[in-house]
Design a protein around this ligand. Structure first.
Ligand SMILES: Cc1cc2nc3c(=O)[nH]c(=O)nc-3n(C[C@H](O)[C@H](O)[C@H](O)COP(=O)(O)OP(=O)(O)OC[C@H]3O[C@@H](n4cnc5c(N)ncnc54)[C@H](O)[C@@H]3O)c2cc1C
Length: 481
């Protein structure tokens, strides 16, 4: 610990003394999850982010090739506009398909890439796709106007008289609405439900765009292209229906989840225990989250994402929720027996990302929830695990007794970093982190906390020599439609 840390009045790292093995903590250590009976389950499939990225780029390359083999070189201006419109149109159609695939909640993609990264890719891809649609519209209009020697207004009127083009325009308007409501300035003023409802319009937009593409020369030109394009769309549609509707409905019938207990953890923070049949078959891993729909007044219409704050045991899932707004306030008032629909598990913030023996878990505020579950279950011997928990004061520490019990049981280090975030001493500065975790650069780091804290911690860790590939973060603010 640095001298500044020791003398700073507001900063109080609290190391938890390690008890001799077997001497027993003050609180009983949480039991280890029992091994599942029966034959070993099939391994969880995970698609690595790089693989998915390569696949998406490869698909874009194939689409460009499809355009390339059909393009006829010409020095004429209208042909130049038309050929540019074809390329941007094909890539935009492909872009919409990729955007839908990223949000289809395919388990191998969710577990390998992670929901927060998928949401980021989806949002960046959405901007590129809208740009391509805008370019396609302008190029197509100019091409038509030059070809027919008319002005742009007349060209627009003429083109709108074609059914497939009118469909594409309607689709474009829907996608533009999705883009506008997702812009940071607008998104912050909208309720999550409104934003999500507008996003549903993208499904109709994709269908209208598909009608337009089938009528266009690039796709309509050949039987094989038409078949391949249709198959790609049908596959994504089936994945969407299967993983977003059928799988959650089947899980609801199979597991019959209900709230079994709501427990106060700290002011404004509760744990909700949800019990069901055969919950182990959901194969939820510590660090993952579900989207929870509680069938009670004011909550049934929305699915809220919450991480598991403990490993699954005794057919029970546990979440720990901090009150932030209307929905989380209602979660606090849930009654035992309330039915629950839980979609998931989702997320790649799990032990499979680990590459080193030593692991640092770095939590801020309610970001402790997935880390609490990982702290208990990640394999490791004495001294391999360190948990740093940042909060403004002791009142902000949740699940404290459990964390201390796990630390003692596992001979793991646990430090609380208390103090205001705008204080003169920064407990997340590289020097302070190195003082608490001397061989920091040899660790994998799992990080979950408020965005500002996560950004500052990531920058510090990088400066302290931890490569970006070994910083694994979960972001509670990254929203997926
Ligand atoms: C992967 C993930 C795991 C999370 N785990 C936890 C956890 O373990 N404990 C915890 O306390 N919080 C967790 N959160 C945050 C939690 O989901 C939000 O704080 C909660 O949904 C806010 O609900 P509200 O309506 O009461 O608050 P509001 O004040 O209405 O919203 C607060 C923020 O949450 C967003 N939000 C609201 N509803 C949803 C929704 N249905 N889906 C996504 N975002 C929404 C809003 O857009 C806003 O940014 C997690 C979030 C994510 C994305």
């Amino acid at each position: 610990m640095t001298t500044e840390a020791r003398h700073h009045p507001l900063y109080t790292p609290v190391p938890v003394p390690l008890a001799p093995h077997g001497s027993g903590p003050r609180t009983a250590p949480p039991p280890r999850p029992a091994p599942a009976p029966g034959p070993a389950p099939a391994p969880v499939l995970r698609l690595a982010p790089r693989r998915l990225q390569d696949g998406i780029l490869g698909g874009a390359g194939a689409v460009a090739l499809l355009w390339g083999v059909q393009a006829r070189p010409s020095a004429r201006l209208d042909a130049f506009f038309a050929t540019g419109a074809h390329l941007t149109g094909l890539l935009a159609g492909y872009g919409v398909l990729v955007l839908l695939l990223l949000m289809a909640r395919v388990p191998a993609i969710e577990h390998g890439v992670g929901a927060d990264r998928l949401a980021r890719w989806h949002s960046r891809g959405g901007r590129y796709t809208l740009g391509l649609i805008a370019a396609h519209t302008v190029l197509a209009l100019c091409g038509y106007a030059v070809h027919t020697r008319t002005d742009l207004v007349t060209a627009t009127g003429d083109l709108l008289s074609y059914g497939a083009i009118a469909a594409a325009v309607a689709g474009t308007l829907l996608l533009a609405a999705v883009g506008i409501t997702s812009a940071r300035a607008v998104r912050g003023r909208l309720r999550h439900e409104t934003w999500r409802a507008v996003h549903l319009g993208a499904l109709l937009a994709a269908a209208l765009g598909f009608v337009h593409q089938l009528a266009g020369p690039d796709i309509a030109g050949g039987l094989l292209t038409r078949w391949l394009w249709s198959m790609a769309h049908a596959t994504v549609a089936v994945l969407l229906v299967w993983y977003r509707l059928v799988v959650p409905a089947r899980a609801a019938l199979r597991h019959d989840l209900r709230v079994s207990e709501v427990r106060d953890e700290a002011p404004g923070v509760v744990s909700v225990l949800v019990r069901g049949r055969g919950v182990a078959r959901l194969r939820a891993e510590p660090g993952q989250f579900f989207r929870w729909r509680f069938l009670s007044r004011g909550l049934w219409a929305t699915a809220l994402p919450f991480s598991l704050s403990a490993p699954v045991r005794d057919d029970t899932l546990r979440i720990t929720v901090k009150v932030r707004g209307d929905h989380t306030r209602r979660v606090r008032r849930l009654r035992p027996g309330t039915r629950v629909l839980a979609a998931g598990p989702f997320g790649a913030f799990t032990a499979h990302r680990r590459t080193r023996r030593k692991v640092l878990l770095l939590a801020g505020g309610v970001g402790i929830t997935p880390l609490r579950a990982l702290f208990e279950t990640m394999p490791g011997g004495p001294g391999d695990m360190t948990l740093l928990y940042r909060a403004s004061d002791e009142g902000g520490l949740v699940l404290r007794a459990e964390l201390e019990a796990i630390a003692r049981e596992r001979k793991a280090a646990l430090h609380y970093l208390l103090g205001p975030s705008d204080g003169s001493y920064d407990p997340l500065a590289p020097r302070a982190l190195r003082a608490l975790v001397p061989d920091l650069a040899a660790h994998d780091v799992y990080l979950c906390g408020p965005p500002a804290m996560a950004r500052a911690a990531t920058a510090s860790l990088r400066r302290a020599g931890v490569p970006a590939s070994r910083i694994h973060a979960e972001n509670f603010e990254e929203q997926a439609p």
